[in-house]
Design a protein around this ligand. Structure first.
Ligand SMILES: C[S@@+](CC[C@H](N)C(=O)[O-])C[C@H]1O[C@@H](n2cnc3c(N)ncnc32)[C@H](O)[C@@H]1O
Ligand SMILES: [Zn+2]
Length: 340
């Protein structure tokens, strides 16, 4: 409850953007009177899209997919310590943990079972993990409670109907999510508004070329009745993963009902249209320029020329597939906004 009181200054109604009043187990909009339940510390603030009928909305489809197989899930023996060890092995997450200043307010959009939210929460950042999938949020919240992680919090939210006031966050992190929605750029615009001027956004998306080998494997698994899972580099390399995590990875990679693919150049256009500047990407946009262990994440780099980017992106066909074929771009919101 104390946490909800802290959040109340930035929360708003997903239906009308009015202010919310919090009671013991409810949130009520002061403007439209819509009420929302709070279930075991998780405010259920999901609101549907209400798009025009000719725009494809996959939210319900994707939600029920993840309610069945929450992603990435936890091992039975996962603990705060093992979460830290896994983060050590994942270059970008480790760097985020080291370089995001203390006191930063972070929103994770589409947090799944909340590994990053809890990891940064352990490191004393205030992190709010949001997702449409309640089963995932529950797993993230249970992990937080079991490990007494004070900094992480979980809220059910549809990213197209944000439950936070504009410019509420220093950093918005959203990886592996927008490509599972009916409108990736629309989703980006929706969450970009939540970043304060001079704040940062981190976006991770499936790559058009990086995903080609995955497509080939999906086709093989469909033909062989899911035989030969050793063909997947992640499953091959992580025999130590628990069965729930292996199952979640396989379903997410090969059985997903909806995914789209993107490029770094495309995200640069998104940035331009929403008032963000390019800071960095994984992979880097210049051929042969690797990501070092001591990379200064928030030091801006030039985005490279179109041909350089094309070369890097073609290379992703062979290099990116082992981690699901996606790329990450970090952007900084300009002090003045030029939304299109
Ligand atoms: C592949 S998982 C990624 C989880 C986590 N970000 C990670 O990288 O491990 C995609 C997540 O996006 C969530 N998601 C999909 N559409 C969403 C929407 N409209 N609003 C909020 N979350 C959504 C799903 O429920 C799911 O948990
Ligand atoms: Zn309202």
């Amino acid at each position: 409850m104390q946490v909800l009181a802290q959040l109340s200054t930035i929360l708003c109604c997903p239906k009308c953007e009015g202010d919310l009043t919090t009671t013991q187990d409810m949130m009520i909009c002061r403007r439209c009177s819509q009420s929302f339940r709070i279930m075991k510390d998780i405010p259920l603030l999901f609101w549907p899209n209400e798009w025009e009928p000719n725009k494809t909305d996959v939210t319900d489809l994707v939600k029920s997919f993840y309610e069945k197989t929450p992603f990435p899930n936890y091992d039975d023996c996962d603990s705060a310590g093992s979460l830290m060890q896994k983060a050590e092995r994942s270059g970008l997450v480790k760097l985020l943990g080291e370089q995001i200043p203390l006191g930063t307010r972070i929103l994770e959009v589409g947090c799944g079972t909340g590994q990053l939210t809890n990891f940064l929460g352990i490191l004393n950042r205030t992190v709010i993990g949001t997702d449409i999938c309640l089963n995932s949020l529950r797993l993230g919240h249970d992990f937080k409670m079991k490990n007494s992680i004070a900094g992480s919090h979980f809220v059910q939210m549809n990213l197209f109907r944000p439950v936070f006031k504009p410019e509420s966050f220093d950093l918005v992190y959203c990886t592996g999510v927008l490509h599972h929605t009916g409108d990736a750029f629309g989703g980006f615009q929706s969450i970009a508004r939540l970043v304060r001027p001079n704040g940062y956004i981190v976006i991770g998306l499936y790559h058009r070329f990086g995903r080609l080998l995955n497509d080939l494997r999906r086709w093989i698994f469909t033909l062989t009745g899911n035989r030969g899972t050793f063909l997947d580099p992640t499953l091959r390399a992580s025999r130590g993963l628990g069965s729930a995590q292996r199952e979640a990875w396989f379903a997410d990679q090969y059985k997903h009902p909806h995914e789209t693919k993107h490029t770094i150049s495309e995200v640069l256009v998104w940035f331009e249209r929403t008032g963000f500047s390019f800071v960095k990407s994984v992979p880097k946009t210049r051929p042969f320029s690797g990501f070092s262990a001591n990379e200064r994440l928030f030091s801006p780099e030039p985005p490279g020329g179109r041909i350089e980017r094309r070369l890097v992106e073609f290379g992703m066909t062979f290099t990116a597939s082992k981690e699901g074929g996606y790329f990450i771009v970090l952007g900084k919101r300009r002090a003045t906004r030029n939304d299109s």
